[in-house]
Design a protein around this ligand. Structure first.
Ligand SMILES: *Cc1c(COP(=O)(O)O)cnc(C)c1O
Length: 402
């Protein structure tokens, strides 16, 4: 008897994360001895600060190695509540906070908790790679809202209003943004928040890069700029990016009690609590000194200034100035339609493949984020690596035939 190993419909159309795939390909080539300049990383290149590691070591030594409450330990929830209050002026009770295994699991849980099959979720483009997949896994329908680099990837509120209908359940915002580094103006956040109240939908605000911003302003989200919208807003955040803790897997949600309760229930039947030791480390991170963040942000800013200048000095490349995160997202559409060694460059994927094969630069094609005109380069790596990457890029682009 033959067995065709049937799988669930929900995975048949599911694509693995393209950013993790590029990173894996770059690391594999590197392991084979190929001299790759990796500008695809989605994580800080800094080490987790020592005081955070020490808290984890102490937790292990003290035997803090058992199940914790599903939603997270009180000490960490308090640290999260303090952050939300001191930085955003938003007050939450412990039952309005859920600690998850990374920001991504928080997003997954809350979307499972809110979205019914057929519900529409508005997603601004360019988007973080996992939003459409997580929405579709819940049976939801992502509805894309395009934006333009020339306008700093701002949300067009009229366009947004046109997309809202009786099926609209939710919208996702990400500011500072991965991949663009753009930060939404207060007016946009207010406009979205007001529309959510008027039309009755939720807004998830993915604030994972909230402390990696270069304008010196304190972070904002739709709930902080329009307090009456708070019951519509779910904050998704985590320690991965701010404290260089991607491997520790701690993220969190803050939002209305019924939503957080529902997301907690889903977590209770899937992963249970996030890692107990990592929770102690995250509590130390959130309540500890802030100079580690300042050091990182200062380094990111210097690298940003350098890479933007280099990119804008190349023919056919137009790079907006990011306000946060650690990515640049240049428009390279004028190079699509060229040829390289007789091969047609017909998409951002072709261009990224060409750069990997010929220039040995790993980067992520814009199509992974929903816009084929762009390429994402991460500058979460040494200045010398960025410089070498830009030299190679400049040479590689000169070899493209019109
Ligand atoms: C990195 C990232 C996350 C979550 O990361 P975790 O490692 O799961 O904490 C969420 N949203 C965006 C936009 C990200 O770039």
């Amino acid at each position: 008897m033959s067995w065709d190993t049937p799988l669930a419909d929900r995975v048949l159309n599911l694509k693995p994360s393209p950013t993790l795939a590029v990173d894996a390909k770059a690391k594999a080539l590197k392991a084979q001895g190929v001299d790759i300049v990796n500008l695809s990383a989605g994580e800080p290149d800094f080490d987790t600060p020592d005081h955070i590691k020490d808290a984890a070591i102490k937790a292990i030594r003290e035997g803090f190695t058992k199940y914790t409450p599903v939603g997270g330990i009180a000490e960490l929830k308090d640290a999260i509540i303090n952050k939300m209050s001191s930085q955003y002026g938003l007050d939450y009770e412990p039952e309005q906070v859920l600690v998850s295994t990374g920001g991504k699991q928080g997003l997954y849980n809350v979307i499972q908790a809110i979205v019914n099959p057929g519900d529409e979720v508005i997603v601004p483009v360019p988007y973080w790679v996992s939003y459409p997949a997580i929405i579709e896994l819940a049976g939801g329908v992502p509805v894309f809202l395009p934006s333009e680099a020339g306008n700093n990837f701002a949300i067009d509120l009229d366009e947004l209003t046109r997309l809202v209908n009786h099926k609209t359940k939710m919208m996702i915002l990400n500011s500072p943004s991965n991949p663009t580094g753009a930060v939404y103006d207060t007016d946009i956040l207010k406009g979205v928040a007001a529309l959510a109240v008027e039309k009755g939908f939720y807004v998830i605000t993915d604030d994972i890069y909230d402390e990696i911003r270069f304008d010196g302003k304190s972070p904002e989200n739709p709930a902080s700029v329009l307090p009456e919208a708070k019951e519509h807003v779910i904050v998704a955040n985590g320690v991965s990016k701010t404290y260089a803790m991607t491997g520790w897997r701690i993220g969190y949600l803050a939002g209305p009690s019924p939503v957080i309760k529902a997301a907690t229930k889903i977590q209770s039947q899937s992963t249970s609590n996030a890692n107990s030791i990592a929770q102690k480390a995250a509590a130390a991170a959130l309540s500890g000194p802030r100079d580690c963040i300042e050091t990182m942000v200062k380094a990111f800013k210097e690298r940003r200034d350098y890479i933007v200048e280099r990119l804008n000095g190349m023919e056919g490349v137009s790079c907006p100035m990011p306000q946060g995160a650690f990515y640049v997202f240049p428009d390279m559409s004028s190079l699509i339609g060229t040829k390289a060694g007789g091969k047609d460059i017909e998409s951002s994927l072709d261009l990224a493949d060409y750069l990997l094969e010929e220039a040995k630069i790993a980067c992520v094609p814009g199509i992974a984020f929903g816009d084929d005109r762009f390429i994402r380069f991460s500058y979460a790596t040494d200045k010398a690596v960025i410089e070498e990457g830009m030299n190679r890029l400049e040479d590689a682009l000169k070899n493209l035939e019109k």
